[in-house]
Design a protein around this ligand. Structure first.
Ligand code: IFM
Length: 483
């Protein structure tokens, strides 16, 4: 048999030494125990308890009870051979009113969790904000001039930096990697524009104000983290950058793609990496917000504080064309299609499925978007990258013998890991892959209907069962990459 040239064959799928093989979760989606040890309500508690907001009236009150079962969960991670685990810290657990001193009882949970991870040889990666803003900060008393609270209020960015400092002071000795925000696009545009996420507000100007204050909060938090953490700590952010593809090459379709790229991607990467909001974005949205009043002198210096690592959350590409229908309301696939748009300044845009091979969320499966995004980020920002989320929901069923066989998820993961390897081969500096998600969990406005876990959870008994994809992933980790 002729030997393969060195650039193809088994060597092509090799991942770099030290590559982090992880899974990811978020506090409100798994912890439960929402009223224990001093935790106060977050905007997601309020939203999920509001009739009609979440499918089936589901809430995160119990979720998968990770708060009480984290030792069992960490043991399962260790059995799978995970080298890293990305979790989020619940802000209302560690700083119940969103301001003032930390709650030691709240911090103790994360001390215990991270100790348990380290004892099992698993490196913790902590996300500070995965959407659970303390309700107290959303209330109008946390006011800007208009009396509105939440992320549209500038005040919230400063509160976030204070919380980041408290978390880093308490956990900085054991958590080497910190992520400021998870998917700020969802916080701003699904939460304050489309209203399909907490807090359910629907004002495009508020959504844009929220976006700037999330950018500012990120930058201020980077500063607070640097001040509190050892020099070796790595600071990152997780962005769900949209892989925007025009449906055709008509000028109006290219224009639609430009608008979505502006308000989906460059609204984050501009201030975070280039200390600017691009002119076209400012023009597209000038009728919705007064940018001169919103962005204060010095803000863009704060937002662009350097970070060490950039996290990409990738699920599917975004295919767009121009829409002739002035009443058309664009929607983000899978995040509801209500009357309000999550795309301010881009009303005349239609969204299309990239193909008909879809997950249970209706999201098209297209791994080329992952390699494209990694290579674009590598070229544009030159930073080390991680995939901080990637995975799929499918309608999993438990077989009579108690096993859960999920070949579609395994195929999805295999194809996406191949796409990561493609990007590495082409020069992207990718340091880790965090599969979404470890456990089936509360999928926001979809409640418990959508299962993303590689570990099945019986929501009546809370019994955990690794799916066949979990066994496959364990083998990938053992071998250092998929075959
Ligand atoms: O469950 C979410 C997660 O919280 C954020 N990223 C997308 C996942 C799937 O929708």
């Amino acid at each position: 048999m002729t030997a393969l040239p060195p650039d193809i064959g088994s060597a092509r799928r090799a991942f770099p030494p030290g590559f982090a093989w992880g899974t990811a979760t978020a506090a409100y989606q798994i912890e439960g125990a929402v009223a224990e040890d001093g935790r106060t309500p977050s905007i997601w508690d309020t939203f999920s308890h509001t009739p009609g907001k979440v499918d089936g009236g589901d809430t995160g009150d119990i979720a998968v009870d990770h708060y009480h079962r984290f030792r069992e969960d960490v043991r399962m991670m260790a059995d799978l051979g995970l080298t890293s685990y990305r979790f989020s810290i619940a802000w209302p657990r560690v700083q119940p009113t969103g301001r003032g001193p930390a709650s030691e009882r709240g911090l103790d949970f994360y001390r215990a969790l991270t100790d348990e991870l380290l004892a099992h040889g698993i490196t913790p990666v902590a996300t500070l904000y995965h959407w659970d803003l303390p309700q107290e900060l959303e209330n109008p008393s946390n006011g800007g001039p208009a009396g509105d609270g939440g992320w549209p209020a500038r005040e919230t960015a400063y509160r976030f930096a204070d919380y980041a400092a408290l978390a880093a002071e308490a956990l900085g000795d054991r958590v080497p990697t910190w992520i400021t925000l998870n998917e700020p696009w969802c916080s701003a545009f699904l939460g304050y524009g489309a209203g399909v996420h907490a807090p359910g507000r629907t004002d495009p100007g508020d959504a844009l104000r929220a976006a700037h204050h999330l950018n500012l909060g990120h930058g201020l938090a980077v500063g607070a983290l640097r001040a509190a953490l050892p020099a070796s700590a790595q600071v990152s952010v997780s962005l769900n950058l949209h892989v925007v593809r025009p449906l055709g090459d008509r000028p109006q379709d290219l224009e639609a793609a430009r608008r979505i790229d502006a308000v989906g991607n460059r609204i984050w990467t501009g201030p975070m990496f280039r200390a600017r909001y691009d002119e076209d974005l400012l023009e597209d949205t000038a009728h919705l917000v007064d940018w001169d009043a919103l962005v204060h002198d010095g803000d863009l210096t704060e937002t662009s504080r350097p970070i060490d690592l950039l996290g990409l959350n990738y699920y599917n590409p975004t295919v767009v064309s121009a829409s002739a229908d002035p009443e058309h309301r664009p929607r983000e696939d899978g995040h509801g299609s209500g009357a309000h748009s999550p795309w301010p300044g881009a009303d005349a845009v239609a969204f299309h499925r990239a193909n008909d091979d879809v997950t249970a969320m209706g999201w098209p499966i297209d791994p080329t978007g992952l390699s494209d995004a990694l290579l674009t980020m590598h070229r544009e920002f030159g930073l080390p990258l991680i995939i901080s989320e990637n995975g799929a929901a499918f309608q999993d069923t438990v077989a009579p013998d108690g096993t859960v066989h999920d070949p579609e998820r395994t195929a999805y993961l295999r194809r996406h890991l191949d796409a990561v390897a493609d990007a590495i081969d082409a020069g992207a500096d990718v340091r880790g892959y965090f599969l979404w998600s470890l456990l089936d969990n509360f999928e926001w406005a979809y409640g418990y209907d959508k299962r993303f876990g590689i570990i099945h959870v019986d929501y009546d008994t809370l019994v955990r069962t690794p799916k066949s994809s979990a066994h496959w992933y364990a083998e990938v980790i053992r071998r250092g990459g998929p075959d």
